[in-house]
Design a protein around this ligand. Structure first.
Ligand SMILES: NC(=O)c1ccc[n+]([C@@H]2O[C@H](COP(=O)([O-])OP(=O)(O)OC[C@H]3O[C@@H](n4cnc5c(N)ncnc54)[C@H](OP(=O)(O)O)[C@@H]3O)[C@@H](O)[C@H]2O)c1
Length: 343
């Protein structure tokens, strides 16, 4: 490959109105980043992008746990990258790192507190660093165990169960002796849930009525509902929450592309009669648990106790279409993209 003369970028061209579309993004060839690094900075070359539904929220002009992505800025997103120049001894030249390096070939990164680049251990592939050993799995782990206080014998419901977070949440619950019901879209994803991830029962929300199925599958009520979807799915879970049940709000992907927030849930009274609780969480508040969770997840992966899927698309030009796969249900596991022209 001839040396690259520009820094390819995908910029946020405008704020999406409702459903995010490819035209919300713009391809731009920026100059290569300056070679002179300030103390503490590193220059990285991105090799693989990881896509997260939360990126859709960062595109809105709404204050959240992260500032909105600016118009004409490269879209903020995770990547695995190679350090190609370093003024920071914690990240030597040649090391592999994971970080929020954005939709571009090259990025200059500095220590930035919570968004510090994470060194990747030798032998860990980029798809593992962004996938089963990445933020989605850590979210599932702390959400299920620390926030959800999973107990052996719990009847657990997981929505978005075939996705990156959900598939690990299902398996963490199973490995702790829970009975797990997963909700996913379509027979193929429901089959993975049973055969690969070890769910005890599944609900195909494209073809089945969630409430009716829950009446059959969990007549005693749900002890712990790990919700990635929100909307009507959350309402169905609330309707079937058991006495002293816990509802953990991890995500609400069904509403990320709504132009206006949908009303509801309309049945919060059920939390009172069931003495149940509902709590949101963000992984960033649990970073002290990450080393332990990574260690445990690594052991499970190496021991074959946890299975996972990575959906790897290819080529820098395909970045926006790949992001859209998260919202159509096309993604077949953790959504990734290998960047062309890299090692
Ligand atoms: N709280 C935190 O710290 C934290 C951290 C990471 C992620 N999250 C949240 O966790 C959730 C899952 O993230 P992920 O990375 O694992 O994504 P993902 O599940 O890998 O990808 C998206 C999947 O969501 C499902 N989906 C899309 N639109 C839907 C809709 N309208 N209704 C129901 N399901 C829909 C699709 O699966 P089907 O084909 O089964 O519909 C799709 O494949 C997201 O809501 C995300 O924002 C939270």
């Amino acid at each position: 490959m001839p040396p690259q003369t520009v820094n390819r970028q995908w910029l946020l061209a405008r704020r999406p109105e409702g459903q995010v579309v490819v035209d919300d993004f713009r391809r731009y060839d920026a100059p290569l980043p300056r070679p002179d690094l300030a103390a503490g900075e590193i220059l990285v070359r991105n090799l693989m992008f990881g896509f997260d539904p939360a990126q859709r929220g960062w595109m809105d002009d709404v204050a959240s746990y992260m500032p909105p992505i600016g118009i004409d800025e490269p879209v903020r997103g995770s990547a695995v990258a190679r350090v190609i120049a370093s003024a920071n001894p914690a990240y030597p030249e040649g090391a592999m790192v994971r970080g929020l390096f954005g939709w571009q070939d090259f990025a200059v990164a500095a220590r930035a507190g919570e968004a510090d680049p994470v060194p990747i251990a030798p032998g860990v592939a980029p798809e593992e660093a962004l996938g089963v050993l990445g933020a989605a799995s850590l979210t599932a782990y702390v959400g299920m165990l620390d926030v959800g206080r999973l107990g052996a014998g719990d009847c657990v419901l997981v929505s978005g169960a075939a996705g990156a977070v959900g598939s690990i949440a299902v398996q963490v619950a199973r490995l702790h002796g829970a009975r797990v019901i997963g909700i996913a879209g379509g027979p193929e994803k429901c089959r993975w849930l049973i055969e690969d991830y070890g769910a005890d029962a599944v609900i195909d929300y494209h073809n089945e009525d969630i409430r009716a199925r829950l009446r059959t599958l969990a007549p005693g009520g749900i002890d712990l509902f790990f919700d990635n979807v929100g909307g009507a799915t959350l309402e169905a879970g609330i309707a079937h929450i058991g006495r002293f049940g816990r509802i953990i709000l991890c995500g609400a992907i069904a509403g990320y592309n709504d132009e206006r927030p949908a009303p509801g849930p309309r049945n919060l009274m059920r939390l009172i009669s069931q003495r149940a609780e509902m709590r949101g969480f963000i992984l960033l508040d649990h970073l002290d648990r990450v080393p332990m969770a990574m260690n445990q997840l690594g052991q499970w992966v190496r021991g074959g106790d946890i299975r996972y899927r990575a959906d790897i698309q290819y080529g820098f030009e395909a970045v926006p279409e790949t992001f859209l796969r998260l919202f159509s249900g096309a993604s077949q596991g953790k959504q990734l993209l290998r960047i062309d022209g890299t090692e």
